[in-house]
Design a protein around this ligand. Structure first.
Ligand code: ALL
Length: 327
């Protein structure tokens, strides 16, 4: 039979006090909600809603977020989910609705479509849920129409694409023909990347012979590039708005016997593309630090919950990745 000694119970009390001090020092949000029917404050629940988990970019994003949560376990709880297909906007909408039903404290969202997700964000905000937009910016007009302000934490995609385009331009001569492989047209970051590529090509005097969507997908890009290659035999480069599409473009060039002759630019810095850059099959990509994008959004959401303030947008970094920088 075990009896609790006064020494053991006072040790337990000391541990409880120490734990409370740690929690206080870590600044657990004061505005957090309470367990239903419970008495003590609970850790805020942050929902991370991503796009296609089949894309390494989002897998890296999720891993980064999970590592951050593990290191800040006492501060918050993380619920993470995403869609399987880049274009499944309806499913992503359902995921946001599900998080609203779960009464999370904040939703950190990388929207698959900049306009279509605005109503779900409004619904979340009306339910008192903090919404932080990451990665792909929500459409300003769609938000204004709903009378909603949602802070954006993410990169300047036009600048990132321009960096890659400028690097490519050094390998071309004025008047050379290039093609752009765009992301989904309803995504603001897809539009911005096209504009960034166009900026760089215009500044260097290149001719954009065609610009078509590969819908962010390897297979789609493979098809679209395979289809336009024969009608543009003089193409010198393909500027792809993400790495999945750069891989699809590389396969199309390989099938046409042109891999290595037509330069390829990607965006995301996924591992498969790093390998191709080292081999000289892809010229460069852009690192938007996938592992940190959601982390910045989560930290931002925690800050809003804590301070109940509405901080301004926050720009995250983009870096050019070349064979040189990978050494
Ligand atoms: C964007 C990301 C990545 C990704 C793409 C595909 O929002 O920034 O570039 O490859 O989505 O979903």
């Amino acid at each position: 039979m075990s009896m609790r000694s006064p020494r053991a119970s006072s040790r337990r009390q000391r541990i409880a006090v120490a734990a409370a001090l740690v929690v206080a020092a870590l600044g657990v949000p004061s505005g957090c909600s309470r367990e239903p029917g419970g008495t003590g404050p609970h850790r805020p629940r942050i929902a991370l809603v991503m796009k296609s988990l089949a894309n390494e970019f989002f897998d890296t994003m999720e891993k980064g977020a999970r590592a951050h949560q593990k290191a800040h376990e006492v501060e918050y709880e993380l619920l993470a989910d995403g869609i399987r297909d880049e274009q499944d906007v309806a499913r992503q909408n359902d995921l946001v609705e599900l998080m609203i039903a779960k009464k999370v404290d904040a939703i950190v969202l990388a929207p698959a479509d900049s306009k279509a997700l605005a109503p779900a964000c409004k619904k979340a905000a009306d339910a008192g849920i903090v919404v932080v937009n990451i990665d792909n910016k929500l459409d300003a007009a769609a938000l204004a129409e709903k009378g909603l302000t949602v802070p954006f934490v993410g990169p300047n995609n036009r600048r990132g694409a321009r960096l890659a385009g400028e690097h490519l331009a050094k390998r071309l001569k004025a008047g050379d023909e290039v093609a752009i492989v765009e992301g989904l047209p309803g995504a603001f970051n897809a539009i911005e990347r096209r504009l960034g590529f166009e900026d760089a090509m215009a500044a260097a005097g290149m001719k954009v012979a065609t610009s078509q969507t590969g819908k962010w997908e390897m297979g789609e890009a493979n098809e679209v590039v395979g289809a336009f290659l024969p009608s543009h035999p003089g193409l010198k480069a393909l500027l792809c708005s993400n790495d999945s599409m750069a891989l699809g473009a590389a396969a199309a060039l390989q099938a046409a016997g042109k891999l290595g002759q037509v330069l390829i630019v990607g965006y995301d810095n996924i591992s498969a593309v790093q390998e191709r850059i080292r081999k000289g099959e892809i010229l460069c990509t852009v690192d938007q630090h996938a592992d940190q994008i959601a982390v910045h959004g989560i930290e931002y959401a925690l800050r809003i919950l804590r301070e109940r303030s509405a901080p301004a947008d926050q720009e995250t970094s983009v870096d050019l990745i070349t064979a040189e920088s990978l050494k």
